[in-house]
Design a protein around this ligand. Structure first.
Ligand code: SF4
Ligand code: SF4
Length: 436
């Protein structure tokens, strides 16, 4: 790097760090390694050293420490000095892209730009995986990767990677350009996302059910991937391209609000104004964008029809709790459900290790972080469901539960609320698969 990759404003953001270390224990990678370079303070130090071209500090040397950051933003919540870690991480990742091997970049761009934004590709891939799982493929792979010789040749993290592959249940994505319900209190555009719509369309059906029951018309506008994964990877041009497509097509559906039920997507949608600074409609889009639980907390909810007798614990997804600062709203919305028993989860707002595709790229670290989360879940005692408002977290938690042979469903909070708006009984597993 021949010129400073951070502008003066970004350097000032680093200066806000007073090295107090209050963020260290909030940082999952520091908790696992105890290494300062794997902490927020250490990473900020490295960013500054790179920007100032300090002797002995190169892009290659700091890359592993920036790559291993989950982007969970727990440090930002913990920091009393208000360090804007999110922006600094994003700018550093963008600057380090050129250091990555060309083959890796090409492969990643192929996924981010051509596969994830196309529902057809995701449906095909999920169907192939589902068939592989039905014939017992994962069991065979697991046994194979337990073999010491195979582990030596292919590396021990392969076994962890196989454990993180989602178990495919239902593949029934919602169609675009559909409208549900009457416009009594307003019109909501629902962002269905890519992974969310492929693997968790049941959450969209529950979301539509709750909104329609509360007098909102729900439109599923023509849309593409929100760009969250590209944004976190520092691939700005792909993020901007996807955001631009969404801004144009979603605003054409004339919504009063643009709602997401996936924490990672919601956070990115709310950043569209800074992702597309020259797009005159980006600010309007971002102002309408909101998370479903934050939205429901703002409106007056119609009283639920029935009790939901369940004991649940809530895992606070990082991109809801830290990035969007939606913290009390999920509790406040769910507290309106009669019969629901909340069991507090220790360190509910600590990352589960999923972080987009982090569990595939840094499998051992991800597993170590997941183990901390699972220890807290184990301490809960008997429970009917774990609640999570992000598809990545749901897959990660399901994987941790499966590895421990725990048959506890992971549900989105909106699924529990949808049960309370259902007349005539509750699905025994608590899953709301039959909304509209
Ligand atoms: S974003 Fe998360 S992993 Fe990265 S430095 Fe902050 S707390 Fe640590
Ligand atoms: S809490 Fe904030 S000010 Fe303190 S070391 Fe961490 S980033 Fe720096």
């Amino acid at each position: 790097m021949t010129e400073c990759y951070l502008d003066a404003e970004a350097l000032q953001k680093i200066d806000a760090c007073v090295h107090c270390g209050l963020c260290l224990t909030a940082c999952p990678t520091y908790r696992v390694t105890g290494n300062e370079a794997e902490s927020p303070r250490g990473r900020l130090y490295l960013m500054r050293a790179l920007a100032e071209e300090s002797p002995g500090v190169s892009a290659q040397a700091i890359q592993p420490h920036i790559d291993s950051c989950l982007g969970c933003l727990a440090c930002q919540t913990a920091c009393p000095s208000g360090v804007d870690y999110e922006t600094l991480l994003s700018q550093t990742r963008m600057a380090l892209l050129e250091q990555q091997p060309a083959w890796l970049r090409v492969q990643r761009r192929l996924w981010l730009e051509y596969i994830l934004p196309r529902q057809i590709w995701l449906t095909v891939l999920a169907t192939v995986l589902q068939q592989f799982q039905r014939i017992g493929g994962p069991r065979v792979l697991k046994r194979l990767f337990q073999n010491p010789f195979i582990q030596k040749v292919l590396g021990p993290s392969l076994q962890a990677k196989v454990g993180f592959i989602p178990h495919i249940q239902e593949i029934a994505p919602l169609a675009q350009e559909a409208v549900y319900g009457e416009n009594i209190r307003g019109r909501v555009a629902l962002m269905t996302g890519c992974v969310m719509n492929t693997l968790f369309a049941r959450v969209h059906r529950a979301t539509i059910h709750v909104l329609v029951e509360n007098g909102y018309q729900v439109v599923i506008p023509k849309q593409t991937c929100c760009g969250a994964l590209a944004h976190h990877a520092g691939e700005h041009d792909i993020t901007e391209k996807l955001a631009t497509q969404n801004i144009t097509s979603v605003l054409q559906s004339n919504p009063d609000w643009i709602i997401s039920n996936a924490a990672g997507c919601g956070s990115t949608l709310q950043h569209y104004a800074s992702i597309c600074p020259t797009n005159e409609n980006a600010k309007r889009f971002a102002e309408k964008a909101d998370d479903i639980l934050a939205f429901l907390d703002r409106i007056e909810l119609k009283p639920p029809y029935q009790s939901v007798i369940m004991k649940v614990a809530y895992h606070a997804a990082c991109h809801l709790h830290h990035a969007q600062e939606v913290q009390q709203q999920p509790y406040s919305v769910l507290s309106q459900i009669p019969g629901l028993d909340f069991i507090p989860l220790t360190e509910a707002d600590m990352c589960c290790g999923s972080a987009g595709v982090y569990n595939m790229a840094h499998s051992q670290m991800s597993l170590d972080i997941l183990n901390m989360k699972m220890a807290h879940i184990h301490d809960l005692g008997p429970i009917d469901a774990i609640l999570s408002a992000n598809p990545g977290c749901t897959i990660q938690l399901e994987s941790g539960l499966a590895q421990r042979n725990l048959a506890i469903p992971v549900m989105h909070p909106i699924e529990v609320l949808a049960l309370a708006y259902t007349r005539g009984g509750i699905h025994p597993q608590g899953h709301s698969t039959h909304f509209p």
